[in-house]
Structure formats: structure tokens, C-alpha cells
Design a protein around this ligand. Structure first.
Ligand code: GSH
Length: 204
């Protein structure tokens, strides 16, 4: 199996961490979907990474990151990263949606700010910024003083959150989420030495 990913994408990082936690052998193909020579549309009509190619000859592929991680969880159930019990399952997926949503808003701002100044919309950027601000507030509330977002062990809820916060560090280091939300800062510090997290730190 082959994962097509960029090394900056928080969504791709989520899948890379899950692959590492489950010790799943795979080939990592780095592809930046914005580049003219990208191969991504051959495997994902939406032209986005990550894409998991299951069978190259038959062009069987999976996207997006949420579908891929559900697939991987079913393929290799141990360690459990998506709890099965209904309440824990839905809270995990909710946290994934929140973290992905913040990352998505941040990526939208990043792309908007790459346009010429004249084409940029301050209103559009402010709208995305609000999603980040309220999203971080909600994330901090969900974590509270717990060690993990859901349950007593690492889950997809934590992995998604790490990817979101790591992406903010990469693209918007000026967002002072650590001082504003010390519980999120401590959460990141606690997980920083984990191999799957160290190996996948986003890089440009
Ligand atoms: N919901 C998707 C989001 C994927 C996504 O937005 N990927 C970005 C990279 S961070 C991308 O490939 N963008 C290229 C484009 O939008 O054309 C997922 O979870 O996989």
C-alpha cells in the first residue's frame, strides 16, 4: 500500500501517525498537489492529499483522511485508535472533526495569503480566523484537565489534535495558543517524544 502525502499536510500527518502506531508497512510518496506535475488527480479526483493507494494497477484508492483512518482501523484493529463503544466512538469523531476544521480554516488562510494583496479578502480571512479562535477554545474545553481527549489512552482524537496544533505551529507561529491554553500546551509536550509524532513533524 502506498500513501500519497505532502509533508506539511495535517490531514496526511494524521494518516502517517496512524500507520506508524499500527506499524503498517507502506510506501510514502511525497506529492504536492499544487505542483503542475502532481500525480494526485490520477488517484483522487478531488486533487487533495492524503490518498491511500491500495492497488496501483486497478487504481484502487481511498480518500479523504477520515475514510483512510477508518479503513486502517478495520484493517489492523490493534492498537485501538478509534474506540468501538458508541459514546467514545462519536466523541473521538467529533474531536477529529473539530481539529480537522481548525486545520482546514488555517490552510484556507494560508492559501488566501499566497494570493496577491489586491485579491485577498480581509473578510474571508477574518471568518476563517474566527473558526480557529473558537475552535481552539472548544478544544481546550474538551480536554480540560484530562491526559487524553477521549478515554485513558491515545486515540484518533489526540492524533487529530496534535496534527492541528502542529500545523498552526508550522504556518502561524504567531498564534499564541500555548500561553492561551496551557492544557493544550501540556498535552503537546506530553506527546512530543512519542515516536510516531516525532517522525512526522511537519516540514516545508
Ligand atoms: N478533508 C480532507 C482535506 C485534505 C486537504 O485539504 N488536503 C490539502 C493539503 S493540506 C490539499 O491537498 N489541498 C490541495 C487542493 O485543495 O487542491 C482530508 O481530511 O483528507
Amino acid at each position: 500500500m502506498k500513501l500519497i502525502a505532502s509533508l506539511t499536510s495535517p490531514f496526511a500527518r494524521k494518516v502517517r501517525i496512524v500507520l506508524a502506531e499500527k506499524q503498517l508497512e507502506h510506501e510514502l510518496v511525497v506529492d504536492i498537489p499544487w505542483n503542475a506535475e502532481t500525480q494526485v488527480p490520477q488517484f483522487n479526483p478531488l486533487g487533495k492529499v492524503p490518498v491511500l493507494v491500495i492497488n496501483e494497477q486497478e487504481h484502487t484508492s481511498l480518500f479523504d483522511s477520515r475514510v483512510i483512518v477508518e479503513y486502517l482501523e478495520r484493517l489492523v484493529p490493534s492498537p485501538v485508535l478509534i474506540p468501538k463503544a458508541a459514546e467514545a466512538y462519536i466523541q473521538t469523531k467529533r474531536q477529529e472533526a473539530l481539529a480537522d476544521g481548525i486545520a482546514d480554516a488555517a490552510a484556507t488562510i494560508f492559501i488566501e495569503q499566497k494570493r496577491s494583496q489586491a485579491l485577498q479578502s480581509a473578510e474571508w480571512i477574518a471568518r476563517q480566523q474566527q473558526k480557529i479562535d473558537l475552535g481552539l477554545q472548544a478544544m481546550s474545553q474538551v480536554l480540560g484537565d484530562k491526559l487524553f481527549f477521549v478515554g485513558e489512552e491515545l486515540s484518533l482524537a489526540d492524533i487529530s489534535s496534535v496534527c492541528c496544533l502542529g500545523y498552526l505551529d508550522l504556518r502561524f507561529a504567531e498564534i499564541a495558543w500555548r500561553s492561551q491554553y496551557p492544557n493544550l500546551a501540556n498535552f503537546m509536550t506530553r506527546l512530543a517524544d512519542r515516536e510516531s509524532i516525532k517522525q512526522t513533524i511537519p516540514m516545508v
